[in-house]
Design a protein. Structure first.
Length: 116
C-alpha cells in the first residue's frame, strides 16, 4: 500500500505561482511513475503532467506546457509541480498519482484557486 500526501495548494491571483508537493510512503519511491491530475468543479479529472522514475522524462498536457514543471526528489520521496503564470481556469483540486507495479494510488488532493 502506498500513501500519497499533497500540499502547497492555496489561493493566488492570476499571474501568480504555486509549488505543489506530493510525498509518498514506501521504500521504492524511485521506481514509481508519478503524475499530477486536476479536477475542476463539475468537470472530469484531467491529466496535467507526468515524470519518469528517474526524473529524466517528463510529459505535459497542452494546458500546462510552458507554465508548469514537474520534478521529483527521490531522496525525499517527493514529486513537485511548479505552476507559474496561473490563470483562473487552473482552479481545481490537484491530485498526485503513483503507478506502482501496475497499480494506481491517489492522494487526497489539494485545492488551487486562482482569482482574476
Amino acid at each position: 500500500q502506498v500513501q500519497l500526501v499533497e500540499s502547497g495548494g492555496g489561493q493566488v491571483q492570476a499571474g501568480g505561482a504555486l509549488r505543489l508537493s506530493c510525498t509518498a510512503s514506501g521504500r521504492t519511491f524511485s521506481t514509481y511513475t508519478m503524475s499530477w491530475f486536476r479536477q475542476a468543479p463539475g468537470k472530469e479529472r484531467d491529466f496535467v503532467a507526468t515524470v519518469s522514475w528517474s526524473g529524466a522524462r517528463t510529459y505535459y498536457a497542452d494546458s500546462g506546457k510552458g507554465r508548469f514543471a514537474i520534478s521529483r526528489d527521490n531522496a525525499k520521496n517527493t514529486v513537485y509541480l511548479q505552476m507559474n503564470s496561473l490563470k483562473p481556469k487552473d482552479t481545481a483540486v490537484y491530485s498526485c498519482k503513483a503507478i506502482v507495479s501496475g497499480t494506481d494510488y491517489w492522494g487526497q488532493g489539494t485545492q488551487v484557486t486562482v482569482s482574476s
